[in-house]
Design a protein around this ligand. Structure first.
Ligand code: BJW
Length: 231
């Protein structure tokens, strides 16, 4: 189904709406996605840059790459899609994004499944974390471990408390609005099926079809479609 009026009616009636977003939400803010042809993984092997193995092999390179991404994102501002989501004060936002633009748009109920670029943490797992310094590789003042961005890499567990909160939101959702994600990375993508199986209506807004076979799918730019969904 591609009927925007159906999606609008579902969202208008929703008492427990949840958004589930990915990199496409921030694309119109100038932040690269991962798997689009001009995305982050087009030139970089995720196994080298976004895995514990990659970090152990060459920590300076990984830290330099993340700092370059941080600098590239520095001027990014929330776009109309972030603003539309944040205008929904009763919506819980589950996001895979690490950029903080939902909060910059004013959203408060945000669950970051894959962490945040704004912080570094100790890779040795002592729990020490600090605002990102962007100064190159440095070591934990508590235990001497190497400091790394506070994001979730492939093969790493997501934070248990965040996953539990996201699962509770997905189980309790009456509508889940899926925005700008290829929905291929697990366990995050499993939240869509979890919501659907527990009775939520699914609305997808994405540049490419996800063909989930459930709910309404609206193909196009999130920045064009989302403001329309809430008017
Ligand atoms: C627009 C648009 C516009 C563009 N408007 N739309 C079960 C099955 C298979 C595999 C696994 C599984 N369970 C676990 C795995 C392994 C792995 C995984 O899922 N791999 C798959 C890729 C095959 N998962 C993990 O390793 C996870 N950990 C885990 O499972 O732990 C348990 C465990 C441990 C050990 C062994 C086994 C299990 C961790 C995943 C961490 C993901 N990390 C990253 C990097 C974060 C840090 C960083 O930023 O560098 O997270 S990878 C990257 O992908 C990032 C994203 O959050 C994530 C999802 O990408 P997203 O957001 O969907 O972006 P894209 O680019 O893919 O899609 C953008 C979409 O937007 C496109 O569709 C466009 O069309 C669209 N779009 N412009 C609207 N303007």
């Amino acid at each position: 189904m591609t009927d925007i009026s159906t999606a609008k009616a579902w969202l208008a009636e929703a008492r427990h709406p949840v958004s589930f977003s990915g990199a496409g939400l921030s694309a119109e803010s100038g932040i690269a996605t991962f798997r689009d042809p001009d995305g982050v993984w087009a030139e970089i092997d995720p196994e080298q840059m976004a895995s514990p193995h990659g970090f152990s092999s060459d920590p300076e390179r990984v830290v330099a790459w993340y700092n370059a991404r941080r600098r590239a994102n520095e001027g990014a501002k929330p776009n109309p899609a972030h603003l539309a989501l944040s205008s929904q004060s009763h919506m819980i936002h589950i996001t895979q994004n690490v950029d903080g633009l939902l909060e910059a748009a004013g959203a408060t109920n945000v669950l970051h499944l894959h962490g945040t670029l704004t912080r570094d943490r100790c890779h040795a797992g002592c729990g020490y974390a600090v605002a990102a310094t962007k100064t190159g590789l440095y070591h934990c003042p508590e235990c001497g471990g190497a400091m790394r961005p506070d994001v979730v890499w492939f093969g790493e567990m997501l934070a248990g408390s965040v996953v539990r909160a996201a699962e509770t939101a997905a189980y309790g959702a009456d509508v889940m609005l899926v925005v700008g994600t290829s929905a291929v990375v697990y366990p995050a993508a499993g939240l869509i099926e979890m919501a659907y199986r527990s009775g939520a209506k699914i609305v997808v807004v994405n540049q490419e079809p996800l063909d989930l076979g459930v709910g309404v799918e609206l193909i196009g730019n999130a920045g064009d479609i989302l403001p329309d969904l809430f008017t």
